[in-house]
Design a protein around this ligand. Sequence first.
Ligand code: CA
Length: 177
Amino acid sequence: MKILVVEDETKTGNYLRQGLTEAGFVVDLVRDGNDGLHADVSESYDLIVLDIMLPGLDGWSVLRALRGRGETVPVLFLTARDQVEDRVKGLELGADDYLVKPFDAEHLLAALGRAMALGRRSQDVLKGLRFAADRQAMADQIAFDMSSRPDLDKVPGAVLDFLFGPWSLVMAHARLV
Ligand code: CA
């Protein structure tokens, strides 16, 4: 399993490389959007972790170009912006999941698992990603989301939606904003 990480921030990039390597992945790290776009993704990678704010070419453009040329590789995008609009934009452009910075290892692995599931790839590897941390990360995310929308009273439904993927929850956000 090979993962391409496109992240210009040294600390975050190194953290990702170390964490994913320890989780058993082979990781290539590039720090420029152009390098990410020109990597041979269809042949070489099972997943791309893509930052948004990048030198050369931003993550939005990289993602749009990849999908535009028919690449189906799962993409997990990183964003420092905790804005619903950003998450929706990323998913509309063809990302499979997102991760809001700063994040910890549990959130990373949970998002990685969801992205792979949504990308309908690597099901065998996905089984290995079913950590207890996954549930905790989801619980944390849901708690965060719920705290910002007290008008949503159907917590069990929202939890269920989230377990099936981020899209339904994002759309729930979008309807409420
Ligand atoms: Ca960046």
